[in-house]
Design a protein around this ligand. Sequence first.
Ligand SMILES: [Zn+2]
Length: 391
Amino acid sequence: MTQTSVASPAACPLCGSQALTPVLERTGVPVFQNALLATAAAARAAPRGDLALLRCGDCGFTHNHAFNPQLIAYGADYENDQSLSRTFARHLDAMADRVIGALPVGATVLEVGCGQGGFVRRLAQRGPGRLRAALGFDPAYRGPREPEPGVRFEASLFDRQAAASVPGGVDAVVSRHVIEHVSDPVGFIAAIRAALGTESEARLFVETPTVDWIFAGTVLQDVFYEHCNYFTADTLHATLQAGGFIVDQMDCVFDGQYLWAEARAGAPVPVPRAAGDGQAAMRYAAAVTAEIAHWQAQLQRGSPTVVWGAGAKGVTFATTIDPDATLIAGLIDMNPGKQGRFVPVSGHPVYAPAALPMLAPRQIVIMNPNYRAEIAADVAALGITADILDG
Ligand SMILES: [Zn+2]
């Protein structure tokens, strides 16, 4: 028997079934999509992992069986700030208002996996007089502990001791874009449920990408190593139930790209055997290779090409379509912390928008159609007339 870094044989992390069908396989992808490097040589030597997406024939859940959590450590140097985009800021405002609107006056809200606290601060700012306190927990948090009255951060995990230390108790837990990163999603939810205590009636709000959007659009750039789990509305529902929450509402938000679940503390329910037909996953599996070939031909025809956005999507697109960095001249990003740095594995350079006249692209590939109007305005302001393509 060969010894590998991942558990074998493959089993579904949700229901334990071994009836798994391959959806996508790729080797040598960047482990961290949000970690750009100081030199091209360092970028090409960046840590690599494999993707082996499997779909469960019993519960319908899709996960990366080749994911090795030991390669991932979200420490204080982890950077994943999208709030510079106006479109994304509007989305954050809308979700903060939904949380506040769903809770009684005087509630205490706590975010698990709060990053640098942007959403927690938004909750406090948009709910003056509505919330008693907004708290954030994240081992990667590196700001002040109490930046303003009624707002508190802990650079630690959320557990029973942490919950017990909240004066007046926890009325609601928010977790945005965390559950797709953990190798045991039911265990993650069950740990939140356990921390709240058996008598709790706390609400839970969860946001995560929906794989339906990825499958339907044959989207390449939203399948990457940091995301080991890919949820549908049904599998997210099953996960929250199995972790001990009663699901009240399940919506698609951010133009259909994210799932938004509202639930309340209850008792665990086993994952149902309701896999669906899996047609969307199988269509994606069949279409992915052709999609990559299509883009490689498109980039050869329209050279020079730049990719707009050096976040997870841009990095995944560039390393998937152009792993040797021969087709894409560079990536453009508004975040000054990313400019002048290099994409892991492929070594593509990252530039500020002001570099566009120098790069003189004939085509600009954008990574998220939700940002098209914003990008088109910025490109036109620089006097660039390149074709703008949806990646
Ligand atoms: Zn399963």
